[in-house]
Design a protein around this ligand. Structure first.
Ligand SMILES: Cc1cc2nc3c(=O)[nH]c(=O)nc-3n(C[C@H](O)[C@H](O)[C@H](O)COP(=O)(O)OP(=O)(O)OC[C@H]3O[C@@H](n4cnc5c(N)ncnc54)[C@H](O)[C@@H]3O)c2cc1C
Length: 79
């Protein structure tokens, strides 16, 4: 992360991604549950158990061979 920041990356935490913004089938950013939109050129999905939910937002579930069972984030499952 330090190396990425040295090359200009901005690290933010605490936001929950609620949608992947697209234009002409290309990602253009994310929307947070706060309503804030952040525009980016590349999205790397590292959401762990929530990664399938992110893939669903990006409408790429059919392209994925690995799927997670956690459908939402924060998880609504009761353990
Ligand atoms: C009970 C349990 C025990 C485990 N024990 C071990 C162990 O002993 N050894 C081992 O090697 N592995 C263990 N694992 C597996 C280990 O947790 C995972 O392999 C590892 O954490 C995966 O890292 P990750 O960065 O891919 O995902 P995670 O660590 O799950 O990180 C994903 C992040 O994405 C965030 N996120 C998800 N959805 C959204 C969203 N919509 N918006 C914003 N943020 C979001 C989450 O809050 C989280 O911070 C265990 C897992 C579990 C559940």
């Amino acid at each position: 992360m330090n190396a990425a920041q040295k090359h200009g990356a901005v690290v933010r935490g605490g936001g929950v991604v609620s949608d992947i913004l697209q234009e002409k089938k290309h990602v253009k950013g994310i929307r947070l549950t706060s309503g804030e939109e952040i525009y980016v050129q590349v999205i790397i999905n590292v959401a762990g158990p929530g990664s399938s939910a992110i893939n669903k937002m990006a409408k790429v579930t059919d392209d994925m061979t690995v799927k997670t069972r956690s459908g939402t984030y924060p998880s609504t499952r009761k353990f």
